[in-house]
Design a protein around this ligand. Structure first.
Ligand SMILES: C[S@@+](CC[C@H](N)C(=O)[O-])C[C@H]1O[C@@H](n2cnc3c(N)ncnc32)[C@H](O)[C@@H]1O
Length: 279
């Protein structure tokens, strides 16, 4: 069933309201391919009925968000970004913390973690980088708006296809075990990561401050005011020496004075500028 022009408008407004993702009539094919299955499973007769049912039906809202979101990800996505983290940003932070009294703490936030490849990649990287990791309090907080994404990530189990994307053989052998037809991340890495369902449009409350924030390949779906507001608010959850990593196709040029670009080889990451701190 193809949505009418009015239904497309209603859906695009609802998608924007729920998650900030910008859809327009050019996405009619996506609406049909992703939302039509919901009509069948929730016994709805039209897209208009689907939109009208959202405020009344939590399960439908959750299923709609799962259907809307594009959760494409892979382990160690974008080599240059991980090189910058491993060889520049993280060693500086780790060196600075090494002198502090026990426990040495490191807080990282994967702000749109999808099915978990990003936070686990960071966990495996830190495990290799910090020989006395047992003396550290490492917290990798991983959040996403999609319940399906968080469930997958929290389970930490991946198919052969997912494992074939980004994981070198030695890392796979070291940190994963075969369980049936899938691969399970080991407890040592799993225990570094906590998961939470969180909408980046909402206030960033109760998060504390982070040494590293990865906000990658999610703001590309938002419009400019939402992007600006998000990156403004992210500056407030960073430690002063903290580092923000965005996706390879993203940059914070033109987003005001809150972020200073830092370069490492082919990669750019950002540090918060110590300007005023709006709340
Ligand atoms: C393309 S994936 C990126 C995953 C990972 N960061 C990476 O770069 O590989 C985008 C993720 O953003 C999440 N997302 C979309 N809108 C969001 C929002 N408003 N708040 C939090 N997460 C959101 C989606 O559920 C999806 O998992």
């Amino acid at each position: 069933m193809t949505p009418s022009a009015i239904e497309v408008q209603m859906i695009c407004r609802k998608v924007d309201e729920l998650c900030g993702i910008q859809w327009d009539e050019s996405k009619t094919y996506l609406i049909e391919s992703r939302l039509k299955p919901l009509l069948n499973s929730f016994g709805l007769t039209s897209y208009e009925a689907l939109i009208r049912s959202i405020p009344l039906n939590d399960k439908l809202r959750i299923a709609l968000i799962d259907a809307i979101t594009t959760r494409e990800t892979l382990f160690f996505r974008d080599d240059a970004a991980y090189q910058a983290l491993e060889h520049k940003a993280l060693p500086e932070i780790i060196d600075a913390r090494s002198g502090t009294l026990f426990p040495k703490k490191l807080r990282i936030w994967s702000a749109a973690c999808s099915s978990g490849q990003e936070p686990y990649s960071i966990g495996m990287m830190l495990h290799r980088m910090i020989p006395d990791i047992h003396n550290w309090n490492i917290q990798i907080h991983a959040t996403d708006i999609s319940e399906a994404a968080i469930a997958h990530a929290s389970r930490g189990r991946y198919s052969d296809l997912e494992m074939s994307r980004g994981i070198p053989a030695d890392i796979k052998a070291k940190y994963f075990t075969r369980v049936g037809s899938e691969w399970q991340i080991c407890d040592q890495i799993r225990s570094l990561v906590s998961f939470e369902k969180r909408n980046l449009l909402n206030p960033l409350t109760a998060l504390g401050r982070f040494d590293v924030v990865l906000c990658r390949n999610v703001a590309i779906y938002f419009d400019l005011p939402v992007k600006r507001d998000l990156f403004e608010r992210l500056a407030n959850v960073m430690e002063t020496h903290g580092v923000l990593i965005v996706g390879t196709s993203e940059n914070l040029m033109g987003y005001g004075q809150r972020w200073a670009p830092q370069r490492h080889c082919r990669s750019v990451y950002y540090r918060p500028n110590l300007l005023e701190q709006p709340c």
